[in-house]
Design a protein around this ligand. Structure first.
Ligand code: PEP
Length: 236
């Protein structure tokens, strides 16, 4: 298996963008690329690839929750993944780790793979509490019981969309700490935070980095094609 590359398009894109993107997107069959477009465009992206995920889902299964989308619905239209607890959801929508855990439970029951995002703010890192904070966030966000697969994405909040990347050492240390804290072996561990075509190769080659979650650079097919080409490193 090659490294996992997740494209988080956030609230960007259009039908025309998707057509243009996939006309120019280059990927080999063995590449493991997951696209997370806005919910309205999931079907359009599913016309091009089966590895598609939602950017979020409801913490409820159905009912009077106007505007929400359930994990069962995502499964119904053909999605296989869901991002959960992205820092933009935690910060703009006040999502707690307990909510993320509840969502993760539903997602697993719906036979989807949750990609659970965790990461510290700059304030927390500057205070020297990054490791403790991230491990606590992890322990509260993980699904209660699971023998099913989920992915973890370590995304330092201060590195998301800022052009700042965690140092190699920071990534190595945090990924090792997360790996040791996980109740199961073989949980894919991704790094996210200003990954681009210049730094992707170095980051993907670090120990305990099974892939990357890419925001901004996944919207430019020229850049994303480079990142995808780097995913052909062996899993270690
Ligand atoms: C993200 O969307 O999770 C992300 C890491 O964005 P960017 O690559 O733009 O920092």
């Amino acid at each position: 298996m090659t490294k996992i590359i997740v494209a988080n398009w956030k609230m960007n894109g259009s039908k025309a963008f998707i057509t243009e993107f996939f006309k120019n997107f280059i990927s080999a069959p063995q590449n493991f690329i997951i696209f997370c477009p806005p919910a309205l465009y999931l079907k359009d992206v599913l016309n091009h690839t089966s590895r598609v995920g939602g950017q979020d889902c409801s913490s409820h299964l159905s009912g009077a929750y106007t505007g929400d989308i359930s994990s069962v619905m995502l499964n119904d239209i053909g999605c296989q993944y869901v991002l959960l607890g992205h820092s933009e959801r935690r910060s703009y929508h006040k999502e707690t780790s307990e909510t993320v855990r509840q969502k993760a439970g539903h997602v697993l029951k719906a036979d989807l793979i949750p990609i659970i995002c965790i990461g510290e703010s700059k304030e927390v890192r500057d205070a020297g509490r990054a490791r403790d904070f991230v491990l606590e966030q992890l322990s509260h966000s993980l699904p209660a019981v699971s023998d099913k697969t989920y992915y973890i994405a370590y995304e330092p909040v201060w590195a998301i969309g800022t052009g700042l990347t965690a140092t190699e050492n920071d990534i190595i240390q945090m990924h090792e700490a997360i790996r040791q804290a996980l109740p199961q072996q073989h949980i894919p561990l991704l790094y996210g935070g200003s990954v681009n075509k210049e730094n992707a190769h170095t980051i993907l080659a670090l120990p305990n980095v099974d892939g990357v979650l890419v925001g901004g650079a996944s919207l430019k097919y020229e850049d994303f094609n480079h990142i995808v080409a780097f995913s052909e490193l062996p899993m270690v």
